[in-house]
Design a protein around this ligand. Structure first.
Ligand SMILES: Cc1ncc(COP(=O)(O)O)c(C=O)c1O
Length: 363
């Protein structure tokens, strides 16, 4: 069991939330921190006022990029309490990401305890507006000052919280997707399965170019043959065949194992869909979207939960899906999953964990 010192002022501050929260622009007034040294292991777990980090300019993270992060959300329930959604799966992925990047991860059970304690202390920051939530961002970085290219011997694990608004400000809107041929995101055997910042930094240039052409997201193909579908932006992708059959790329080693993806794969059969994890040839996707066999596509991720794909553009070819309207499968799955996340419907899967809102300020 993790011992966490509470270093917050006795009475919690009042959240000052703007009307438009946006995504990841506003942060709460507390954070979790713990340190690692080769001699002491993980130690000094504490919840402190939100504050800048003081790091040596030679900190290993800045030079060798030894960093991982993750993201999950806490949701306000109708009874005023708070739901954490599959926080164990995120903590386990954090541990796997750290391992891939040669870092000593805190045990996932301790990581979950840290998240629960922080959310409990900051329960008053979980927004009440429909579609809003408290985004939880754990980070692990190498802090030892060294320019040697090797694993650091000192690490920092911290968790910050961001109240976020509905991902779709103006409703459930489809996104336009640019399929990248020139750039790739990750290669099997590389770090695509790990949630490490380099994967995201490497995607920004292509994303900027796609944005300049009027698309919101980039769809990444496999790095070797540039033919098989990997994922879309920071989401996993699924294609819906004739309204009922959901196909998503199998976890190949270059794709992040999304918790939303995993949840949809478990939920969809209970809603009458069939599911398939496969190697998906993008040429076949274009053909099936053009001939109408593919009726919809959508991205799956913590931020948007489900993001309908309205258009795919690849080397001068364009297909519009479902008339650039959110499709019925995307709507059904979005409603079903968000109802569980927000506690509007019973959770038969054991995915949610309730944090009592009355505990605000306690650790
Ligand atoms: C590259 C990438 N793929 C997929 C996902 C979706 O994962 P999750 O559903 O766990 O948020 C994310 C977000 O974490 C991501 O960054």
């Amino acid at each position: 069991m993790l011992t966490i010192r509470n270093q917050l002022p006795a009475s919690p501050g009042t959240p000052a939330l703007p009307d438009q929260l946006g995504f990841g622009r506003v942060f709460t007034d507390a954070m979790f921190v713990q340190d690692y040294s080769a001699q002491a292991g993980w130690h000094d777990a504490r919840i402190v006022p939100y504050q800048p980090l003081v790091l040596d300019p030679a900190a290993q993270a800045f030079h060798s990029g030894q960093m991982v992060f993750d993201g999950t959300k806490a949701y306000r329930r109708p009874d005023g309490n708070i739901n954490l959604f599959r926080v164990e799966r995120n903590a386990q992925r954090f541990e796997r990401s750290a391992q891939r990047m040669g870092m000593p991860a805190p045990a996932w059970e301790d990581h979950v305890e840290a998240i629960v304690a922080l959310v409990r202390a900051q329960a008053h920051w979980v927004p009440h507006q429909p579609g809003a939530a408290l985004y939880i961002r754990p980070v692990l970085i190498g802090v030892e000052p060294t320019l040697e290219v090797r694993s650091a011997r000192g690490f920092l694990h911290y968790i910050i919280l961001s109240p976020v608004g509905p991902y779709f400000g103006g409703g459930f809107e489809p996104v336009s997707v640019y399929v990248s041929h020139d750039y790739v995101r990750a290669v099997r055997g590389g770090t695509g399965e790990a949630k490490t910042p380099g994967n995201y930094a490497g995607s920004l240039y292509a994303t900027e170019q796609a944005n300049a052409r009027g698309h919101q997201q980039v769809l990444w193909l496999d790095a070797v043959e540039r033919r098989y579908v990997d994922e879309v932006g920071a989401m996993n992708i699924a294609f819906v065949y004739q309204g009922r059959h959901i196909r998503t790329p199998a976890l190949s080693g270059s794709i992040l194992a999304g918790v939303t993806r995993e949840s949809i794969l478990q939920l969809a059969p209970d809603l009458g869909f069939t599911i398939e994890e496969a190697r998906i040839d993008f040429e076949e996707v274009l053909r099936d979207a053009e001939n109408g066999t593919i009726t919809e596509a959508f991205g799956m991720g913590t931020g948007a939960v489900i993001a309908p794909v309205g258009r795919l553009v690849y080397q001068g070819r364009e297909v519009i899906l479902n008339g650039f309207e959110p499709g019925p499968a995307a709507r059904t799955l979005y409603e079903a999953l968000t109802a569980i996340q927000y506690g509007r419907r019973p959770d038969p899967y054991g995915w949610t964990r309730v944090v009592e809102a009355t505990e605000a300020g306690s650790v």
